[in-house]
Design a protein around this ligand. Sequence first.
Ligand code: ATP
Ligand code: MG
Length: 237
Amino acid sequence: MTIDDGGSPQVVVRLDGVRKEYGGEAMALDGVSLEIRAGEAVAVMGPSGCGKSTLLNMVAGLDRPSSGTIEVRGQDLGKLNETGLALFRRHHVGMIFQFFNLIDDLPALDNVALAAQLTGTSAKQARRRALELLDELGIADQKDMYPAALSGGERQRVAVARALMNRPALLLADEPTGALDSRSGEQVMDLLIDLNQIGQTLLMVTHDPKLATRCANRLIEVADGRVARESSLERTA
Ligand SMILES: Nc1ncnc2c1ncn2[C@@H]1O[C@H](COP(=O)(O)OP(=O)(O)OP(=O)(O)O)[C@@H](O)[C@H]1O
Ligand SMILES: [Mg+2]
């Protein structure tokens, strides 16, 4: 764990008064302030439409707030232009989604390796690390298969491998088990727990209380674009 001068783990994410308006009647986010420290596993829960994905996308630098500031690893994302944001995202943030978002016409290995090639790693090195990761995640045998031929659980593990390629400070997950049967969902949960136990900071959005209680050590409940409650969780893994 990274320790700062104060002796407590480094702040990885800091949101201050974040608002997001899409032009509709209600604010998608209406003044969210929060901090996430290195090594934490934080679950965000709340009703459909309350702003969870909006929050995650802004932490990922995929979208910008209407007002307020977002810092990731001390970098104010508002100070980066589009190119800067894209570079920042590639180097420091990994993201997994409910529907995997893999590239259909690339085999598993290339889906994973591409993430590192985009940061300037040679194809050979990228493929070597991709293979290591697929191996660690138990899907090395599927390396040459295209996403369509993989099960949902396998696809999500490929997506996790891709997200980890550049050793991100922060792993973001939006409903990572939402499209999986319960067995595959459990495997992905175990994977997230293992990753957090070796120090990976996690921020995940879920509707599944089991995912939150198994994988997270802090819960942030969002309602109507605001943080309604924060609590620590005893992991029940
Ligand atoms: N690109 C967009 N354009 C316009 N409105 C949007 C956009 N994205 C989200 N919204 C609106 O912002 C609000 C929050 O949406 P968001 O997707 O963050 O909710 P959510 O909590 O992730 O919901 P769910 O649990 O259904 O995934 C909703 O009212 C939604 O309609
Ligand atoms: Mg959502």
